[in-house]
Design a protein around this ligand. Sequence first.
Ligand code: ZN
Length: 321
Amino acid sequence: MSERNIDVEAHVKAMVGREYGRVYAWDPVNQPMIRQWCEAMGNKSILYHDPAFAAQSIHGEPVAPPTMMQAWTLAGLNGESPPGSSTVNPYEAVEFLANNGFPVNVAVNSEHEYFRYLRLGESLCFTSMLESVSDLKRTALGTGYFVTNLMTFMTTEGEKVGTMRFRLFVYRPHQVSDSAQSKAEQPAAVQPRRPHPGISQDTRFFWDGLKEGRLLIQKCGACGELRHPPGPTCPHCHSFKWEAIQASGRGIIHSFVVMHHPQVAGIESPNPVLLVELEEGTRLVAGLAGIKYSEVEIGMPVQVEFLRTDEELVVPVFRPI
Ligand code: ZN
């Protein structure tokens, strides 16, 4: 570890224990959000769907699923919380590390603890505390620090209802050489390798096909249905028999997102991620070629190309035609 790293570590560890003020919920606990949450999560518990049942339950009234705790206090799509909320970034330790040689982060785990059920009409808020910063660790991803933030959820009257620990690994990828890193903010001399997909017996044909310049789609050997992503059984008839057909490679952009954060080592940022509907009918997630991410439009006709990212990996990208 260089002198510089020792300074960085001392600085970030001095932040441990820092507390961040209240952030309020936009809406009180309410039945419409409970219903939508349960729909999205596939939670069919009658307790959350039938107020009459809830009234006769041990709770004596409708309650919210405890796992919704954080949902009540999330900022809106524009990232804004209600007036009166703290605007200090509770992840300033992560930001500091990002600016001092540890540019990448990944969520590691999240632990919830619930003190009681939430009832309709209750208004929530939370406070945060930087609970811990680990010593410098080497992992398969890279070298960095585990940063744990503790959020405490409470009613606006101050009654604590639960906590959430959120842990991030904030790191620099292995391939960025130490000498490049210590010259602060200079681009790394060695580019990190793009992460590889997990390839199984079920999906190997797809990736092997790409290396041969062929975009393959799995076809059920019994009922003939096409499917993607690949899997061992047909979702329509449950047959294990399958073969692969070669797609034309033509399709349209069905949807897309542009990923700005977090940055992934080895992938250019911002990163446009396309959902392409092939003319055969299946859809796949792929990269973009030929135009800027800001020019992408839903419905654009596209054609596959094969991008070799290193000696072992070829990924599909699509270029507008
Ligand atoms: Zn089938």
